[in-house]
Write a protein that binds this ligand. Structure first.
Ligand code: PEP
Length: 242
């Protein structure tokens, strides 16, 4: 059975004080969480060190939201993979649509980041997905096939998670129909050489739709933005009813 991966993406939210407060509220909800699922928190760089200490010995995994492809160098403002693994980070989100839209990231840079992450022992979460316009033009399938082809060129598929995130569903409350998400995720799987890669759905996942999403056979987890910011709401998501 494929591993289920429930990951929160905090984006640029939460100071260290707010992150500690979140964990105080969140950890008690995990006592009965089934061990068929991995719970990941992808948080701002500044929260990682403190959270790594608080979460030491816990089952929650830490994730970053980006990583540079060089191990060190004159790249002002960037963070390398060894800097992340040194403080206990296990996952890293790569190619999120907000990075593509606002910071000029491409399939090519996603590919470089994935390889650097894997080399250091991090598990990359590669985000792919179409805009509303691309969907309306019937380009969803060709776009995603292209993103996978370029993003995964030469990549080891034994250490990888993919997130299907239709851009029109991110932060809008307009969740993709679960059967349609299942269909696109099936298409993504058909493009992979390893059918065991966990593939998440992301886009307005909430406590009231997670059970239906996770009931879909191709969907192996969720990448959750807004609803991962409140302990009770993210707890309900990670404790989805199978
Ligand atoms: C995301 O940030 O990847 C995301 C899916 O956000 P939201 O859950 O808020 O739509």
């Amino acid at each position: 059975m494929r591993k289920k991966v429930l990951a929160g993406n905090w984006k640029m939210y939460k100071t260290q004080a707010e992150a500690s407060e979140f964990l105080e509220g969140f950890l008690p909800h995990l006592e009965d969480t089934p061990d068929d699922r991995e719970v990941v928190l992808c948080v701002p760089f500044t929260d990682l060190g403190l959270m790594s200490k608080i979460l030491h010995g816990s089952a929650i995994r830490l994730g970053a939201q980006n990583v540079h492809w060089e191990t060190a160098g004159a790249y002002t403002g960037e963070i390398s993979a060894p800097m992340l693994t040194e403080i206990g980070v296990r996952y890293v989100v790569i190619g999120h649509s907000e990075r593509r839209q606002y910071f000029g990231e491409t399939d090519e840079t996603a590919n470089l980041r994935i390889k650097a992450a894997q080399k250091a022992g991090l598990i990359p979460i590669l985000c792919v997905g179409e805009t509303k316009e691309q969907r309306d033009l019937g380009e969803t399938e060709s776009l995603i096939v292209g993103q996978l082809k370029e993003g995964l060129a030469g990549v080891d598929q034994s250490n990888l998670v993919i997130a299907y995130e239709p851009i029109w569903a991110i932060g809008t409350g307009d969740t993709c129909d679960s059967k349609e998400a299942n269909r696109v995720i099936g298409l993504i799987r058909s493009q992979l050489s390893n059918s065991g890669v966990p593939i998440q759905y992301g886009g307005s996942v909430k406590p009231d739709n997670i059970d239906e999403i996770m009931a879909q056979p191709e969907i192996d987890g969720a990448l959750v933005g807004g609803a991962s910011l409140q302990p009770a709401s993210f707890a309900r998501i990670v404790n989805y009813q199978a």
